[in-house]
Design a protein around this ligand. Structure first.
Ligand code: NAP
Length: 287
């Protein structure tokens, strides 16, 4: 029997280290699909918005079922799309485009992926007050996810409050203005929080360090780091040593990819199997 075929492209720049093709195509194979996932690295084309627009226009004619979208195009792609999901509209960011004929719809699975991972991994954790450190692209999505998951109050710890005023306003309209605020200081936000989320890149190999002084960490605080490589950042290690419960960014990575896979193929993938595959990929990168 002819296998159902799916063609997807990942649009971004400097994609050479992306694990996404292996994650998606292996899961596609395991679901009996002829699934092809191509890297479309616009750094090779001079990274112009014009090439992004041309790509969105041409992709359905070239047989693409959809596009995954990453840095630096998650916001830039929006003017070229016909429709947006309500959450992509709220966040002003798209990481998934699905074509239906020539019509393109933008979705955001960063927020829903974090929300699904958070629900699965934090059962029974107290969430009355949460501090979120760093509100860039991922941080905005995670703020929406945390509020959607029932966090009572979210305190944002940012260097430049003006930069986040718009999203604070929009999330306040959606979830209640009294549920989100900008913290006076990291110390104040963490000392009153049940949980802390790191949305800064500090802790990645390229940005080493711990964004939170270890003396602020304690056993009755849970800590979520969006970073998944390394699996245990300096922050998560210090939190574990302080007796705190911790989760890394792997859950967000897997669930956002699984939700993209479902949008592209209509098939709900095997999360556990995807997780084991990503663990293997990370181990093989180390060796
Ligand atoms: P981004 O858009 O560049 O945002 C980074 C945020 O961190 C900004 O708010 C930035 O503040 C803040 N920040 C940077 N350096 C800081 C410092 N020294 N002190 C305080 N704040 C600082 O990056 P992103 O795309 O949101 O990614 C953030 C992290 O999430 C990265 O580690 C990334 O790997 C991870 N991530 C994980 C997943 C996953 O699936 N697990 C998905 C996406 C991202 P300014 O605005 O003031 O510069």
């Amino acid at each position: 029997m002819e296998k159902h075929s799916v063609l997807v492209g990942l649009v971004g720049t400097n994609l050479q280290f992306s694990m996404a093709p292996q994650i998606h195509m292996t899961e596609g194979d395991r679901n009996g699909l002829r699934y092809v996932y191509r890297l479309i690295d616009l750094a090779n084309n001079g990274t112009s918005t014009a090439s992004l627009q041309d790509l969105v226009k041409a992709a359905p004619d070239l047989g693409f079922n959809g596009l995954a979208v990453t840095h630096p195009f998650k916001e830039a792609i929006i003017p070229f799309l016909a429709d947006l999901s309500p959450d992509a509209q709220l966040l002003g960011a798209v990481n998934t485009v699905v074509f239906s004929g020539a019509r393109s719809t933008g979705h955001n699975t960063d927020w829903s992926g974090y929300a699904a991972a958070f629900r699965a991994q934090t059962v029974g954790w107290k969430t009355d007050r949460v501090a979120l450190l760093g509100v860039g692209g991922a941080g905005k999505a995670v703020a929406h996810a945390l509020l959607s998951c029932g966090v009572g109050h979210l305190s944002l710890v940012v260097r430049n409050p003006d930069k986040v005023a718009r999203i604070v306003h929009d999330l306040g309209l959606r979830h209640g203005a009294d549920r989100i605020s900008i913290a006076d200081s990291l110390e104040q936000a963490v000392s009153t929080a049940d949980g802390l989320v790191n949305g800064t890149p500090i802790g990645m190999a390229a940005h080493p360090g711990n964004p939170v002084p270890p003396e602020l960490l304690r056993a009755n605080l849970w800590v979520s780091d969006l970073i998944y490589n390394p699996g245990e950042t300096e922050l998560l290690k210090a939190a574990r040593l302080a007796g705190a419960s911790t989760i890394n960014g792997m859950g967000m990575l897997i669930y956002q990819a699984a939700q993209q896979f479902e949008l592209f193929t209509g098939i709900s993938p095997d999360i556990q199997r995807m997780q084991e595959h990503v663990n293997q990929l990370l181990l093989s990168k180390k060796s």
